[in-house]
Design a protein around this ligand. Sequence first.
Ligand code: DCM
Length: 156
Amino acid sequence: ARAMAAHADAHAAAAARRALDVTQVVGAALVDDRRRVLVAQRGTGGLAGLWEFPGGKVERGESDLSALVRECREELGVLITPGSFLGEVPLDGVVAGGAPGASTLRVWSGRVTGGELVAHEHSELRWLPADELEALDWIPADRPLLPAVRALLAAR
Ligand code: DCM
């Protein structure tokens, strides 16, 4: 019941932030049949060279999961099926254009269910097992999600 309440709270908070028109970011921890997760290296911008879970900004009027599916199609050329919600991390004000913590990164697990994986926007894509995640040079927002991703891979 507590998990359900927390889930409802997270949804209410997300709706409130959208009402304020603050930028939200979604990401996908895509897993395969070999207990690996897809990680992507940013090729351009201030975060170039850092690793992330693929994703991006939720557009006005778009749901989180629609944004997740769209971003994976645009960035990776694949159709994904979202799975479980893994967690939410505050982003700094640079992304949001607002107060620190007003914007968040929300990450779901997912599976690739169609298409051919191509790095359309990243400099590199890698499928990595749980024990190779910690050593990557992660975007700060993504690193706190690693325990949840490792648990996801261990549970499969
Ligand atoms: N971002 C992030 N973690 C991700 C994906 C994105 O922290 N897994 C951040 C980086 C950018 C912003 O969200 O500041 C928008 O991402 P993009 O440039 O990919 O649209």
